[in-house]
Design a protein around this ligand. Structure first.
Ligand code: UDP
Ligand code: MG
Length: 310
């Protein structure tokens, strides 16, 4: 079988040599074992500002497996990955997506391929522990999965974007027309036969996380709003509760008026003004978030632009 390994890279000059060395060694051994007949590693340079692209070109000259796509500007991990998926569709039996920084245990690729050969179309790489994460990342990631579950989004906990897709799953996936990508949710919608492979997450081989806190926050908001209309319903509920409270308040105000105590109470009035003002603005914001998504979808802009290809 032919495998394509997709590696999105954003400013990864410190890790690429080592990543390529380890991946190539792994492929060599899998070819020797006749698990694979052919394999490509496609590095997607997601608009890096450092020497990532020149390193990919360098690797291309020394390694038979290497291919590269250079995106014209930084479109984010999910879109970069999508570029690799679209490129690979129709060219292989399966794809594996993996981060560039060697945090995902590359040796599990063998297990993924074996699962594919045993008939699974989707194989998720799931982290055993989060021992290597900072406290902050661990907390935010866990709350994210919990929140998503509450919002009714079907996700595999502790699975990020380390996964194998068979050619049928891949073909089905790239037919999704949406621009707001949240791949780990989308793959769950495919419904092909799937299984998990567990791995221990390593420390980043070198460099720093390319997911800044703001990128992580945006990703979480995207995940929720692309997959759930629950926030809109919650707003409706809050609105109803507020209406209920205001009915009681009206009774209270009338009683107070007839008892001649209406000067008092400016504090609670002021509170209401601020509270409701805040609530309204927040609600408009959430509604706007969804309208923004519709806006993005109807424009149908390309998800990425390829500048060079090797
Ligand atoms: N990445 C990307 N575009 C971005 C941010 C990240 O292609 O805008 C890639 C990055 O090079 C890496 C993967 O996505 O291969 C995961 O990023 P990172 O390891 O920095 O995130 P973390 O593991 O800290 O969540
Ligand atoms: Mg990482």
């Amino acid at each position: 079988m032919k495998l394509i390994i997709i590696v999105p890279c954003f400013n990864e000059e410190e890790v690429l040599h080592e990543t390529n060395h380890q991946l190539s060694k792994l492929i060599d051994s899998m070819v020797d074992e006749k698990l694979l007949t052919e394999c490509d590693i496609i590095y997607i340079d997601d608009g890096s500002k450092d020497n990532t692209w020149s390193i990919i070109e360098e690797l291309r000259n020394v390694s038979p497996y290497v291919k590269g796509l250079k995106l014209a500007h930084n479109v984010g991990h999910q879109n970069a990955l999508w570029a690799g998926l679209e490129y690979s569709a129709g060219k292989c039996d399966a794809v594996v997506s993996i981060d560039a920084d060697l945090q995902h245990d590359i040796h599990k690729i063998r297990e993924m391929v074996l699962s594919y050969q045993a008939g699974y179309e989707v194989v998720y790489g799931v982290r055993n522990t989060r021992a290597t994460d900072s406290k902050f990342k661990k907390k935010t990631a866990l709350s994210f999965y919990k929140l998503m579950q509450k919002m009714g989004v079907d996700l595999i906990p502790n699975h990020a974007d380390f996964r194998l897709l068979g050619k049928n799953a891949l073909q089905a996936l790239i037919e999704f027309p949406e621009r707001n990508l949240f791949l780990r949710g989308m793959v769950r919608l495919l419904g092909f036969k799937e299984t998990n492979v567990y791995f221990d997450c390593n420390d980043r081989f070198a460099g720093e996380s390319k997911y800044t806190n703001s990128k992580m926050f945006n990703f979480a908001i995207d995940g929720i709003t692309s997959f759930s209309v629950q926030p809109l319903r919650i707003i409706t509920l809050i609105g109803l509760v507020c209406l209920g409270i205001s009915v009681f308040e009206m009774v209270y105000i009338l009683v107070a008026y007839f008892q001649g105590r209406t000067i008092q109470g400016w504090a609670s009035l002021l509170f209401s003004v601020w509270f409701l003002g805040g609530l309204l603005l927040f609600s408009i914001g959430v509604v706007g978030e969804y309208i923004g998504k519709i806006y993005k979808e109807v424009k149908r802009r390309p998800r990425y632009i390829i500048e060079k290809q090797i």
